[in-house]
Design a protein around this ligand. Structure first.
Ligand SMILES: Nc1ncnc2c1ncn2[C@@H]1O[C@H](COP(=O)(O)OP(=O)(O)OP(=O)(O)O)[C@@H](O)[C@H]1O
Length: 259
């Protein structure tokens, strides 16, 4: 396995009207090919900022980071990743197929190839038959699946997912977690996934990065070796509960309730 993301001593301070905000401090993280790494931590600990630095949507103010061995900017330009936002962020005036097609149009894919990729990726997220619907005709869970299909459309090796299921109810979230795991096993993508949910992180990940706030740091990295073939029942097993307990302890230790 090779190193996809290599961050060393990463620092990011935002300059705001209210003074500097130290969002990331001394982040060391290596992500290997095919891993599913979750970033978990309390609100404001820098999870989204770290994901955005990997995606070249923010520039770090210190330290170094490479993605696929090159700078985040070069990786972005070479389409190294697909990005899934917190809200599905689909264009309401475009059909589901039209939304998935958009990055492909921007990249100049010919029409026939676009049609083939739209159909393949709709199939991957179990939305075959919904190509001509508009986003408002789909449930929240289906919209989020469509946005995953869009992120996958040009077959990037890596998916960056910022709390994609945070706004969905628990039953839908469970279902999508199962589907995402199957998709990950099938496509062998490298995934970096932001979440607030301990069960979600333990269910999905091969490693869990526990972050703590003010400034955003990595408190602990926990291995999550539950095998690749997981069903939701695994959440009742002692192994699962043990890892969930360790994550909860890590979050507690990293979080000061005094401020
Ligand atoms: N563009 C920005 N300008 C100024 N401050 C910012 C900016 N983006 C994020 N921050 C600040 O950086 C810190 C980390 O924010 P970030 O959104 O990365 O946290 P998070 O862990 O993803 O939070 P949440 O779980 O609520 O999404 C916060 O204090 C936030 O207010």
């Amino acid at each position: 396995m090779s190193i996809v993301i290599d961050a060393e001593g990463l620092d990011l301070t935002f300059q705001t009207n209210d003074g500097p905000v130290h969002a990331l401090s001394d982040i060391d993280l290596k992500v290997l090919t095919g891993e599913f790494v979750s970033l978990i931590g309390p609100s404001g600990c820098g999870k989204t900022t770290l994901l955005r630095v990997i995606a070249d949507l923010e520039k770090p103010t210190g330290g170094s980071i490479s993605v696929n061995g090159v700078s985040p900017e070069e990786a972005r330009l070479s389409r190294a990743y697909g990005y899934v936002f917190q809200a599905a962020a689909l264009y309401p005036w475009r059909t589901i197929g039209g939304n998935i097609s958009l990055p492909l149009e921007v990249m100049g894919y010919p029409k026939a190839e676009r049609a083939e990729l739209i159909s393949r990726n709709l199939d991957l997220v179990n939305l075959t038959g919904f190509e001509k619907k508009f986003p408002w005709q789909l449930s929240g869970g289906m919209q989020q699946r469509a946005s995953i299909a869009r992120a996958l459309s040009f077959d990037p090796d890596m998916l960056l997912m910022d709390e994609p299921f945070g706004a969905l109810d628990e039953i839908v979230r469970d279902h999508l977690n199962e589907q995402l795991l199957k998709l990950w096993a099938k496509t062998k993508k490298t995934v970096v996934f932001v979440t607030h949910s301990i069960p979600e992180a333990v269910f999905l990940s091969t490693r869990i990065v526990v972050m703590s706030p003010r400034p955003g740091r990595i408190h602990e990295i926990i291995d999550c070796e539950l095998g690749h073939d997981r069903s939701l029942d695994i959440r009742e097993t002692p192994e699962f509960l043990e890892i969930a307990h360790r994550v909860r302890e890590g979050l507690r230790q990293g979080h000061s309730y005094d401020d």
